[in-house]
Design a protein around this ligand. Structure first.
Ligand SMILES: Nc1ncnc2c1ncn2[C@@H]1O[C@H](COP(=O)(O)OP(=O)(O)OP(=O)(O)O)[C@@H](O)[C@H]1O
Length: 245
């Protein structure tokens, strides 16, 4: 499958701390899970792809667009749900999405349809007149996905979208993401191998800023002679490989 996003030799450091160490990867259409422990560099990778952070070295390309040279078109092609997503509590769901559409440069004449599409895609249609501060955690996370979708991007970056949700909310959001993955390139960061088994076509494992595995989920389980239900064990093995016991 052709890749929409490519990263080669990407490094990123915060003052004195290197968070990404020469990442090479490409993302095709479908859901790719970015799995890694705390501090592995997942949010930094999302930040670099979304242009919130600028890598010190390396190259990124999205359907031939460069994040610096073609900044505006590149950003218009990306929808981003940050880990700490919040929205003003006094707005309604619909008002917030209309504002997001304006902010994301959706032409005025198209904004109403774009908001309706984002609401429908995330199952929020019935909550469009609810105030943001009346939403449950799961609904708020769906709103985060909806605002990422409002300009109809080709690539969706979802930073830990399932964290803190109860099992029912998590399953409902997983269904939304699976559906979006049929047409979009979705990169979803998570700590949970359960998310990988339920959602992902591909899985990239990151540890201490380095990519330790990049394959389809079935390639990974075949290679490790495991089944999808053993992903926890496989993950632990991948993280342990190359480290002193
Ligand atoms: N603004 C910052 N300044 C300095 N160091 C940072 C900053 N942001 C992240 N780091 C460090 O960079 C490394 C990677 O952090 P990052 O947040 O990308 O990891 P993560 O995999 O998303 O972790 P988590 O799962 O806990 O969100 C960590 O060691 C973190 O402490």
């Amino acid at each position: 499958m052709t890749s929409t996003v490519r990263m080669s030799a990407v490094w990123h450091s915060y003052r004195g701390h290197t968070a990404l160490r020469g990442i090479d990867m490409s993302l095709p259409v479908g859901v790719t899970a970015l799995l890694g422990p705390n501090g592995a560099g997942k949010s930094t990778l999302m930040g670099v792809l979304s242009t919130v952070l600028r890598p010190q070295h390396g190259r990124i390309e999205l359907n031939g667009l460069d994040p610096v040279r073609d900044r505006r078109r590149y950003r218009e092609s990306i929808g981003f749900l940050p880990q700490n997503f919040t929205a003003p509590g006094r707005l309604t769901v619909s008002e917030f999405l209309t504002l997001s559409g304006w902010w994301r440069r959706v032409p005025r004449a198209e904004r109403r349809d774009a908001v309706r599409w984002a609401l429908d895609s995330t199952g929020l249609g019935e909550r469009r007149t609810s105030k943001v501060d009346k939403l449950s955690g799961g609904m708020l996370r769906r709103l985060g996905v909806a605002q990422a979708l409002v300009n109809e991007p080709t690539v969706l970056l979802l930073d830990e979208p399932t964290v803190g949700l109860d099992p029912r909310q998590r399953n409902a959001l997983r269904e939304v993401i699976t559906e979006l993955g049929r047409q979009h390139t979705v990169l979803l960061s998570t700590h949970l191998t359960e998310d990988v088994a339920a959602l992902a076509d591909r899985v990239i494992v990151l540890d201490e800023g380095q990519l330790v595995s990049d394959s389809t989920v079935s390639e990974l389980t075949d290679r490790e002679k495991a089944t999808a239900s053993d992903l926890d064990e496989v993950y632990e093995r991948l993280l342990g490989a190359g480290k002193p016991a």
